[in-house]
Ligand binder design. Structure first.
Ligand SMILES: Cc1cc2nc3c(=O)[nH]c(=O)nc-3n(C[C@H](O)[C@H](O)[C@H](O)COP(=O)(O)OP(=O)(O)OC[C@H]3O[C@@H](n4cnc5c(N)ncnc54)[C@H](O)[C@@H]3O)c2cc1C
Length: 392
């Protein structure tokens, strides 16, 4: 029997891992990619979708075309890493998929941080359905309506600026738990404040939201911020399925992996993207991001291939180079960072930075459909089938 590789989730990380494995192992392994939707969702553009921009449809079948790999459009409902079985459900019912190697890439969703009222009253831009719901809601608002974005991180900043630019008639505010943009360089912070000023976005700094109601936010010190629409962008939470398995996961539910993206508890399981807690170049693990998820996927695929074929393990350093932040369609900020994601003094700003960010987004989607563009180490001499036969 051929070696069976099942990849769960076809976001940036899962789709790249699947495509790379499928192209490099063509015919030597049975590869199945499971995803809830038939299309690849450009999650880093969800704030654009929410503000009325249309994104191209990108069928996942094209990412696997000609490789012999199978795309299974279904919802993963269970993972049993002890029996090496995945349960999936679709319109026809449930099914079980056995695997020899599993790549877990189910991503993340918006983190509610157990704040009461978020689930009932807030919108989000972390998923396509959420972005489409917000889009419809923004379109029905009257001039002067208040939109409050909660979250002073990259997603909150991108969402607030995109909304303010595309819906000039609305009153947009952003609530940040810490100092506004305080992780950026002084130049970066100055530019951020300038753009927020130009777009008329009110910033509430060092404010912790304790409760979300339909018409107001209540802060931990009892203040009230009136709102007509709340957009919750206060971070991401890992997909919950991993925590229900015997895999070693972090407190936040991310699968703990080594430098090759292999689970520290189950050697036949790999995890990539937001679902994985992977060692970064400093003391901190890699931040949940597309910027980290893409090289994680390359690393995982190459490590799986190396282990199956007797090749050399990949040792690409996983590191950051910059934070590319869109500030609407006409402005942006590229904050250069150290390998461990701390701001350097240098930045790119304005229209040029917006163009760089657009190229980064296009490049990320291009990478999904061209998963072998980053070269791997030489493949080992023996094929997977030889190796499996030798092991039997
Ligand atoms: C608005 C916004 C802007 C962002 N901008 C940036 C940016 O500029 N730069 C950056 O680096 N990062 C950015 N990010 C973060 C980035 O989008 C994520 O880190 C990245 O998408 C993670 O990739 P992933 O493949 O791990 O997960 P995801 O992209 O979340 O993909 C997970 C996949 O799993 C599928 N799935 C989930 N559950 C199931 C299930 N039960 N069954 C079957 N399939 C399932 C989903 O349909 C999806 O296809 C942004 C995020 C948002 C929301």
């Amino acid at each position: 029997m051929q070696h069976r590789i099942v990849i769960l989730g076809a976001g940036y990380a899962g789709a790249i891992a699947a495509g790379r494995l499928a192209r490099r192992l063509r015919g030597d392994a049975q590869i199945t990619l499971v995803n809830a939707e038939p299309d690849f969702v450009e999650r880093i553009r969800m704030h654009q979708l929410a503000t009325g921009q249309d994104l191209p449809t990108r069928p996942l079948s094209e990412a696997l075309a000609g490789t012999g790999a199978t795309l299974r459009v279904a919802r993963v409902t269970g993972v049993d890493v002890d029996r090496k079985l995945v349960t999936v459900a679709d319109a026809d019912g449930t099914d079980e998929l056995g695997y020899d190697t599993l790549v877990y890439a189910l991503g993340s969703s918006v983190a509610h941080h157990r704040v009461p009222g978020v689930a009932e009253h807030a919108h989000e831009v972390a998923s396509r359905p959420g972005a489409l719901r917000l889009r419809a809601r923004l379109q029905e608002l009257e001039a002067g309506a208040r939109v409050v974005v909660v979250g002073g991180g990259l997603t909150g900043i991108e969402a607030a600026t995109e909304i303010a630019e595309s819906h000039e008639q609305l009153e947009v505010a952003l609530v940040a738990r810490r100092g506004f943009g305080d992780w950026l360089s002084p130049r970066g912070q100055r530019h951020l404040r300038k753009v927020f000023g130009r777009l008329g976005i009110t910033v509430h700094e060092e404010v912790d939201v304790a409760r979300v109601d339909a018409t107001q936010l209540v802060t931990t010190d009892g203040a009230r911020i009136p709102t007509d629409v709340t957009v919750w962008a206060a971070g991401f939470a890992a997909h919950p399925l991993a925590s229900a398995t015997s895999l070693t996961v972090s407190e936040s539910g991310r699968i703990v992996v080594d430098e090759t993206m292999r689970s520290v508890s189950h050697p036949e399981v790999y995890a990539v993207g937001d679902a994985a807690l992977a060692p970064g170049p400093g003391a901190e693990p890699l931040r949940m991001s597309c910027a980290a998820g893409t090289p994680m996927a390359w690393q995982a695929a190459d490590a799986i291939i190396a282990r199956l074929t007797g090749g050399e393990l990949p040792n690409m350093p996983l590191r950051f180079y910059g934070q590319c932040i869109s500030l609407g369609r006409r402005d942006g900020l590229v904050q250069f960072v150290t390998a461990d994601d701390r701001a350097k003094p240098s930045v790119l700003r304005g229209r040029f930075a917006a163009r760089v960010k657009e190229l980064v987004c296009r490049g990320a989607a291009y990478g999904v459909f061209h998963p072998t563009m980053y070269p791997a180490r030489r493949r080992g001499r023996s094929s997977v089938s030889d190796r499996v036969t030798a092991a039997a």
